[in-house]
Design a protein around this ligand. Structure first.
Ligand code: FBP
Length: 345
């Protein structure tokens, strides 16, 4: 019988370090590699958390000087650029990551040195700073990270793997506490940065999303641009006329990581129905984590992890959450917002 996510995690004791849990749970053939990659990720997250906490003091708020943006990418903030460098320096230094695909780079970056050594190499995909429009108001932001085996060491097409090939994923949440929520295929575990120790300690072992929640998370100023099915769904759950006879509450931080983290813990559904969020480095890592926690990730019609990416910065509608809520939402049929005028706020 195949192991289920979260099985074999009896040793996941609160207070453990990330390295200790990873060493117990990760597949033997890649435990050493994962230890090195996750050590680098932890260092990068600590640096980004530190930079965020000093952004107002160090003049790191606002847009980057040459913030060009493109049809595929939004205009970058100063901290988007800095966080991207922090991530790339950390991952390059592992010697294990041969390809890095980031929201902040037009193309994937090849690391030749990782291809020259013998042994496994990996593709890292990441959004270094998600929710960056919130930075200047000190509202929670996050980092999203996914890891794949590399089949074609350093070849940019290696970044176009479907989410069902993810071998590990994580997000960092920069909020009242800095958290790192991870999965290497043995369930989902949440670590909190203990600033007195400078280390991430296990505070949320084996996170399971509730089967159903009572919270929906969406930018509902867009209500009049939504399709009929999505309007009906939201109208129903607001009034307690959905499958759950309770009235739902709304929460929307407008930081995908923060909205997803709350949904993991409390249940319900976090969504962006327009084609805005990115498949490769946002939807796939979070979709992997959602499923590892017993939840679902959908574009409104299909399982996110089964979508074959066609280009690096591909966007899509995204619905993440409790299985009963996502299945109910999908049953309304017409939930993807096709009309997307490109909102400036
Ligand atoms: O404008 P919308 O449709 O509410 O989208 C907001 C979403 O965009 C994001 O800010 C992602 O965009 P960035 O990756 O460019 O920061 C999410 O964090 C948030 O959930």
């Amino acid at each position: 019988m195949q192991a289920q996510p979260g099985e074999g995690v009896l040793q996941a004791r609160k207070g453990s370090t990330l390295a200790a849990l990873l060493a117990q749970q990760a597949p033997t053939e890649r435990v050493e590699d994962l230890l090195i990659v996750f050590a680098a990720l932890q260092t990068a997250v600590k640096k980004i958390a530190h930079l965020l906490s000093r952004a107002g003091i160090e003049d790191l708020f606002g847009e980057a000087e040459a913030a060009a943006g493109s049809a595929d990418r939004d205009k970058a903030k100063k901290l988007d650029i800095v966080a991207n460098e922090v991530m790339k320096i950390a991952l390059e230094g592992t010697g294990r990551v041969s390809l890095m695909a980031s929201e902040e780079d037009d193309d994937p970056v090849t690391v030749q040195s990782a291809c020259q050594r013998s042994g496994n190499s990996y593709v890292a995909v990441f959004d270094p700073l998600d929710g960056s429009r919130n930075i200047d108001a000190s509202i929670p932001t996050g980092t999203i990270f996914g890891l794949y085996n590399s089949d074609k060491c350093g070849d940019p097409s290696d970044a176009l793997q479907p989410g069902n090939k993810v071998i590990a994923a994580a997000f960092a949440l920069y909020s009242s506490a800095t958290m790192l929520v991870v999965s290497w295929g043995s369930g989902v575990h949440g670590f909190t940065l203990d600033t007195t120790l400078g280390d991430f300690v296990l505070t949320h072992p084996n996170i399971k999303i509730p089967h159903r929640g009572q919270i929906y998370s969406v930018n509902d100023a867009r209500y009049f641009d939504w399709p009929e099915g999505l309007r009906r769904y939201i109208d129903d759950i607001r009034q307690g006329k959905g499958q759950n006879p309770k009235q739902y509450s709304a929460r929307y931080i407008c930081s995908l990581v923060a909205d997803f983290h709350r949904t993991l813990l409390y249940g319900g559904v976090a969504m962006n129905p327009r084609s805005h969020l990115r498949l490769i480095y946002e939807a796939n890592p979070l979709g992997f984590l959602a499923e590892q926690a017993g939840g679902m990730a959908s574009d409104g019609k299909r399982r996110i992890l089964d979508i074959q990416p066609e280009k690096l910065h591909q966007r899509l509608p995204l619905f993440l959450g409790s299985p009963d809520d996502i299945m109910e939402l999908e049953s309304y049929g017409d939930v993807q917002q096709i009309h997307n005028p490109g909102y400036t706020v």
